[in-house]
Design a protein around this ligand. Structure first.
Ligand code: PGA
Length: 251
């Protein structure tokens, strides 16, 4: 399994076809920046076009429905994403959990649906500020992992993104010690759920990652990459983040 950090841009609800130029520039530069495995999750409407424009980077989706198909107006199945050119799907992002009431059980069902059709999944977890202040951050995150992570699937296709809700889009990040402690706790949980395979599941950090802090965050033990929102929207910013991948991560 590649030890290179997995750096994934989450474009959220940003991007029309005009933004394909950014995807192209990220793709071109990624060939030179071999220290990281790079991917983008554009909105549904740009998945197919991004796949066509960008041949080196991974292209994925930000969500999928748990069902194979049926009467779910406005929803998109994992098989449709695959057909459009996606190779992975983010599930359980805190914005989906908050805006759409997604529970751990729903997130797990979505992850299973994606894995079943052969997509990789990035399962997001993270505590709120109140939960951290109350000293419950670790319990909350490990509980989300227990509830959201499907078992019995190939662990190579699963990544976790630890994203403290209070760090998303705020410019605030936990201390490196707090990131290390949480990633260590998550690793323990993954090994308890997936045995040895749990030792290889990549644990990404997300929340206000940018060109200035990427190198120090990516160097933290058990940080296997980053899920990047705002700083993935232009090639210039995202390439700055990717440049933070440590050289020694090269295979
Ligand atoms: P941010 O978002 O980098 O803009 O904080 C990260 C995320 O929500 O995935």
């Amino acid at each position: 399994m590649s030890q290179r950090p997995y750096i994934v841009g989450n474009w959220k609800m940003h991007g029309t076809r005009a933004m394909l130029a950014e995807a192209r520039a990220i793709d071109r530069a990624s060939e030179r920046l071999m220290t990281a495995e790079v991917a983008l999750a554009p909105p549904f409407t740009l998945i197919h076009a991004t796949r066509n424009e960008a041949s080196l980077i991974g292209v994925g989706a930000q969500d999928c429905h748990a069902a194979d198909g049926g009467a779910h107006t406005g929803d998109i199945s994992a098989a449709m994403l695959k057909d459009a050119g996606a190779s992975f799907c983010i599930v359980g992002h805190s914005e989906r959990r908050a805006d759409h009431g997604e529970t751990d059980a729903i997130v797990r069902a979505k992850a299973e649906a994606a894995l079943k059709v052969g997509l990789g999944v990035i399962i997001c977890v993270g505590e709120s500020e109140a939960q951290r202040d109350a000293g419950n951050a670790e319990d909350v995150v490990l509980g989300q992992i227990e509830g959201s992570l499907p078992t019995g699937y190939n662990a190579d296709h699963i990544s976790i993104a630890y994203e403290p809700v209070w760090a998303i889009g705020t410019g605030r990040t936990p201390t490196l010690e707090d990131i290390a402690a949480m990633h260590q706790a998550i690793r323990g949980k993954l090994v308890s759920l997936y045995a040895e395979a749990g030792a290889n599941i990549r644990i990404l950090y997300g929340g206000s990652v940018n060109a200035a802090n990427a190198a120090e965050i990516l160097a933290v033990k058990e940080v296997g990459g980053a899920l990047v929102g705002g700083a993935s929207l232009t090639a210039e910013k995202f390439l700055g983040v990717i440049a933070g991948a440590p050289d020694e991560a090269l295979d």
